[in-house]
Design a protein around this ligand. Structure first.
Ligand code: PMP
Length: 283
């Protein structure tokens, strides 16, 4: 059955929806996006996602296409029209359509596109087994804190992982892990300390990262926000990732080296359970 999508003020069947060939998202990757998860038909952490959307837009001197409450009502309208119980709502804003020119156009109207995707997030089988990752050089641009639609480098990283028989890639810069191809990366040291890279231009400021670190802190778990090396990752007691569409997923091997005993670690499992409980309580 065809989905209903949203494009610039109108709902349309996915086959009918159209974007200009001059849209700068298409020509320059001149656009930003957000992915909010949906559990029991309710958006998760959506306020934080919209806050980050505004930050991305302002870093690129782009106008918001609609108010937060308008955006949220479109998100819920799509959830309703597509009868989405569990999955994600994708939202993309580009600078709009204009004659091809590197300079930002003066008068373009931002393009707003949204669609839904079904996904089993809570009963994800990977939560039981953990995922495998391989490390690969981080070849992305220097402003990874802006959530742009320029996703070719992470797409290439995912293909490197796939060809190596792994589930995902962790990206490496100057010997340190920055983050996963589409998630934030964490290790747990022998001393039980959760280590994840500090916020900066080098990584995306994950919304799930923010929520999970808060839960970890409230649970009296120890957190260090600092870069960690590939060698530290290889000898970690536990490893895991966070993202809006994965929540928390344990990592069971890094570069084919088992993490701990090669099974999901207790801290990753605890944080996943805590986050799911918090999300269900909200929904
Ligand atoms: N880092 C990168 C590079 C990502 O693409 C994502 C997911 N979009 C994340 C981290 C996780 O962010 P969030 O928890 O907001 O989904």
């Amino acid at each position: 059955m065809s989905r209903t999508v949203y494009v610039n003020g109108a709902y349309a069947a996915e086959e009918e929806a159209k974007i200009s060939v001059f849209d700068r998202g298409f020509l320059f990757a001149d656009g930003v996006y957000e992915v909010s998860s949906v559990i029991r038909g309710r958006l998760v952490d959506n306020r934080s996602h919209l806050r980050r959307l505004h930050r991305s837009l302002s870093e690129l001197e782009m106008n918001a296409p609609a108010s937060d409450s308008e955006i949220e009502s479109i998100q819920y309208e799509l959830i309703a029209r597509n009868e989405l119980d569990e999955g994600i709502v994708y939202l993309q804003v580009t600078r709009g359509a204009a004659d091809r020119d590197f300079n930002y156009p003066e008068d373009a109207r931002p393009t707003l596109v949204m669609f839904t995707q079904k996904k089993q997030i809570i009963d994800n089988p990977l939560a039981q087994t953990g995922i495998t990752v391989v490390t690969t050089p981080d070849i992305r641009w220097a402003r990874r804190d802006i959530k742009t639609v320029g996703l070719l480098a992470p797409s290439m990283a995912k293909m490197i992982a796939k060809r190596a028989g792994a589930d995902d890639a962790w990206m490496v810069e100057q010997g340190f892990i920055t983050e996963g191809s589409s998630n934030n990366a964490y290790i747990v040291t022998d001393g039980g300390v959760i280590v994840t890279r500090q916020l900066g231009h080098e990584i995306l400021h994950g919304i799930t990262r923010q929520a999970v670190l808060k839960l970890a802190d409230e649970t009296q778990l120890h957190i260090e926000e600092r870069p960690f090396t590939v060698a530290e990752a290889h000898s970690a007691k536990e490893a895991f990732i966070t993202s809006a569409s994965a929540f928390v997923l344990p990592v069971r091997s890094i570069d084919s080296i088992p993490v701990g005993d090669g099974r999901p670690g207790p801290i990753a499992q605890q944080l996943r359970a805590l986050y799911i409980t918090a999300v269900l309580a909200e929904s």
